[in-house]
Design a protein around this ligand. Sequence first.
Ligand code: GRG
Length: 305
Amino acid sequence: MTFAQRLDLIAGLTAGRLRALAGSTTQHSGGAGAAPQRLLDAVQHATLGGGKRFRPFLVLESAALFGLSHAQALDTAAALECIHCYSLAHDDLPAMDNDRVRRGQPSVWVAFDEWTAILAGDALLTLAFEILAAPETHPDPGTRLALITGLAKAAGAAGMVGGQALDLGAERLSAGVPQTVDAILHMQSLKTGALIRFAAEAGGILGGASPEQRAALSAYGHHIGVAFQIADDLLDAEGDAETVGKAVSKDAEAGKATLVSLLGIAQARAELMRTEQAAVDALAPFGARAATLIEAARFVARRDR
Ligand code: GRG
């Protein structure tokens, strides 16, 4: 199976599981009743409208290093994708990045309205933890707790949400203050990197990794998180909106400092290649078993969407 076929397979598995999990939480045995249909439609729009499902791919492939099947890691992957989809639905809102198109389709707030998009994101955020708390995710409660804690930290104020706050703060509270490469790397390591790092770590949590293996997965996740964001900035600078599936040239139009604007295209691309190699090197303790994760690092650095 080629890497692209593997990615497609996992994207399909993730979509199927998300459809089932979102549906199963619509009825509450405690008598809370069914979830409102319009809200469910918005949740479906946010989760099922495409997407590379790269984070679920990392969860399943890092878990495979420890002999876990796709089925054994799929709910963890779906929970993480719920957080990612919520972040996109909220990020697209007029108060945040104000994007009308996501994954080649109308953003959730455009397809519905702002309050529905906010609530759909809220529903996905809570659904993620409902999924991780369920025994179907992993039979051992200690493992489930480690997943819940890890995802909460990665998604929260010292993770993704904190990164978003730094990004918007730089644009709106400190406009005109020159940004440094280090400040941008720090912001991106939280905003985009924290969830990607958790995706790689999650396989180790599920698979009972040794401390050395956990550290290797964490380093790999860190480096591909950085690579993912540099590639995203390069796509914004050079990509084609139809292929990328969202508006491009937004950073330059907004006068936003990115690694590409500070370093230039050539140096940013060199940094991307250096980071890709660092990700590959981090996988050394796994030897040949890490072949797919190595390909994933190459995919991130060379992606066109
Ligand atoms: C609103 C709390 C909150 C956080 C938003 C992740 C994020 C923080 C915003 C997304 C903005 C953005 C475009 C960041 C650049 C990198 C990125 C996360 C791109 C989207 O992820 P992909 O490429 O998307 O994995 P798909 O559609 O494939 O799932």
